[in-house]
Ligand binder design. Sequence first.
Ligand code: UDP
Length: 313
Amino acid sequence: MRILITGAAGFLGSHLVDRFLAEGHRVIGMDNFITGSRDNLAHLAGNARFEFIEHNVSNYIFVDGPVDGVLHFASPASPVDYLRHPIPTLKVGSLGTHNTLGLAKAKGARFLLASTSEVYGDPQVHPQPESYWGHVNPVGPRGVYDEAKRFAEAMTMAYHRYHGVPTRIVRIFNTYGPRMRAHDGRVVSNFVVQALSGEPLTVYGEGNQTRSFCFVSDLVDGIFRLFHSDRVDPTNIGNPTEFTMLELANLVQEMVGSHVAIRHEPLPVDDPKVRKPDIGVAQAVLGWNPTVDLRAGLVRTIEYFRGALPQGR
Ligand code: UDP
């Protein structure tokens, strides 16, 4: 198959490119580098089955020749990024989703939308099943991402129902691993980079809020299975083992072997207090389960950042 992956230079996009190439497919990567990095694709130079188009998918997308699958992963995804780029975030979730769906329809391709656990907002149901409609503040600072993704889901279902496009929607929960940016702003990369640099770990608020962290290889495997399945309704993919941010800080300190302090900083506006996926659907429909626990995933993430940081720290 010939697969278009938008956001191909990003953390998840680049791992998906690798997976589809490893499965023998041809891949077209697309990115405008608003938050992506050329480094994430550098290892593919000279690969005859990979082509790259630099393009902002919020504008009309032209791709020559056949396309069998479209995976729409373009978007700023870290809270610090979508606060810095609120309008491009709204545009890529709305106009970008419309354009990628239009391309899938024109080419007769299967479409997969990267949605997010943020559609559940600050959830009042715990853990979150796909049937939960969420608790999102549309006008808060996170609204630009949450509402764009909620719109993207609605648009995807409309293209499925009205145009018959074969669509899939993955709701991605917190994911970490190699190729995250050192200054991505997400909690795992922040803590690992801070610990390796001998700086205090910045815990926002009291640190009692929870998240459930999925290692990137598990996530990519779930997405790959979903793409090849018949499941149209949204599907949670994430690791259901839940940690408080203080527990995560202590684990990172222990694993890096550093004795840096913990510095409390203000909790961001509308920061969800809890988050944990109900993965019953993915288990039953995709036969998928995460296999890499937080310790094992952190070993590989710490190793990556040791190599990626200046002076090899
Ligand atoms: N967080 C933190 N310190 C940091 C970065 C994040 O305590 O340096 C907290 C943040 O307030 C949130 C959780 O960690 O409660 C996860 O934040 P992240 O930005 O990784 O992802 P989110 O799940 O909020 O999208």
